[in-house]
Design a protein around this ligand. Structure first.
Ligand SMILES: Cc1ncc(COP(=O)(O)O)c(C=O)c1O
Length: 391
């Protein structure tokens, strides 16, 4: 049979059926696994190459099914799952960086990633430099002999900055630097960074991969050698994904492609509708021609994803009034849910950043992020328009 489409793999890739002949995938909610003999048990521990389950901190069939699906969708060789997206980010840094190494990161990254880079990594002797996603030509000058890893989110949270991954990958290849992409905003249904030269791709599965705001999870995919290193780190330090969460996430992947199409369709309609709104300074969405990196977005992404941002005229006070006036949209700081969500990064996810840091990543007092859900688009637009009227 010819190679199946990713849409089909997201639905049909499944672990071997048990003797019960279940149709939907089973949940292996077990901490450990059994052996037929003392010799088998000893072999499981002494021979790392044996494909046997020992303990769910190391591996678990339900977690493996989730990993295998993400690896197939990202066109990666292998993967490793973690309990949260931040565990995926942190495990990646701790596995591939050694004392004295230098990391280059986009300044526009998720708040907790920024905290790891600026607060924790320096404590252990790693140093970091930052570049503006809008100025990729400045990257090469930051490279030092000890530069080991380059990190980006594209699109970034919450600024929706986009970078040409082929351009960055070529720089990384030339200088033998590991290129890591957080693909949380796009998901593999919209963009596959490995095709553009990324070495490792990671996700907060908590977002669009779950899609209904139920569980936390993370995943990293890449080639066999890199993932083996990560596997040993996760196996020994313990930020493993719960089998229950993996079961929720693997079932969610069955609807990922149709959900992402609908999120993007709703988001584009909303962005177009708001673009000329008198209460807004600007609206940003990757598939609006006004997005500064629109040409790169259409090269890398199959649609614009489900997130839009805009800036309210009137700053922090307008932001508060807007959020308080919403009748349907949820005021919460998760994203990637079937329910539309409004959030205010300056006072929540990025509140730990200093004024200068917020400025550097493009977070202004009036910036609002909308995670556009799957409700009827007219209802989403109506709620936002009536709330804008009250600002
Ligand atoms: C781009 C991005 N990366 C990583 C994370 C962290 O994921 P988690 O909350 O699952 O730890 C988030 C969370 O919002 C995110 O938006």
């Amino acid at each position: 049979m010819s190679k199946r489409h990713p849409q089909t793999e997201a639905i049909r890739l499944q672990m071997n059926r048990t003797n019960e002949k279940e149709h939907s995938t089973p949940l292996f909610l077990t901490s450990s696994f059994m052996y037929d003999s003392a010799e088998d048990m000893a072999a499981a521990f002494s021979d790392d190459s044996l494909d046997v389950n020992i303990y769910s901190r190391f591996s678990n069939p339900t977690v493996d099914e989730f990993i295998n699906k993400i690896a197939a969708l990202e066109e990666a060789e292998e993967g490793i799952a973690t309990g949260t997206g931040m565990a995926a980010v942190f495990a990646t840094f701790m596995t591939f960086l050694s004392k004295g190494d230098h990391i280059i990161s986009a300044s526009a990254v998720f708040g907790s990633t920024h905290t790891i880079l600026t607060k924790y990594l320096p404590k252990w002797g790693f140093e970091a430099s930052y570049f503006d996603m809008n100025q990729p030509e400045t990257i090469e000058a930051l490279i030092k002999p000890n530069t080991k890893l380059l990190y980006v989110e594209t699109p970034s949270n919450p600024g929706l900055d986009i970078i040409d991954m082929e351009h960055v990958a070529a720089i990384c290849k030339k200088h033998n630097i590991l290129f890591v992409v957080d693909n949380c905003f796009a998901t593999p249904a919209v963009q596959q960074p490995i095709k553009f030269g990324a070495d490792l791709v990671l996700h907060s599965a908590t977002k669009f991969i779950d899609g209904q705001g139920r569980v936390l999870g993370g995943v990293v995919v890449g080639n066999k050698e890199l993932i083996h290193e990560l596997y040993l780190f996760v196996r020994n330090t313990g930020p493993s994904l719960s089998p229950f969460n993996a079961w929720v996430l693997t079932k969610s992947l069955e609807t990922l492609f149709v959900r992402m199409d609908k999120h993007a369709d709703n988001a584009l309609q909303l962005a177009k509708k708001l673009e000329a709104h008198p209460k807004l300074n600007w609206v940003k969405y990757p598939f609006l021609p006004s997005h500064p990196q629109h040409a790169i977005a259409i090269k890398q992404m199959s649609n614009g994803g489900g997130i839009i941002t805009f800036e309210l005229k009137g700053g922090i006070e307008s932001g508060r009034k807007f959020l308080n006036a919403l009748e349907m949209l949820s005021m919460t700081n998760n994203l990637g849910d079937s329910r539309s969500i409004a959030s205010h990064p300056a006072s929540t996810t990025h509140s730990k950043l200093s004024v200068d840091e917020k400025k550097a990543v493009g977070i202004t007092d009036g910036l609002v992020r909308i995670s556009v859900g799957l409700e009827h688009i007219s209802d989403i637009i109506a709620d936002i328009e009536q709330a804008l009227e009250k600002c």
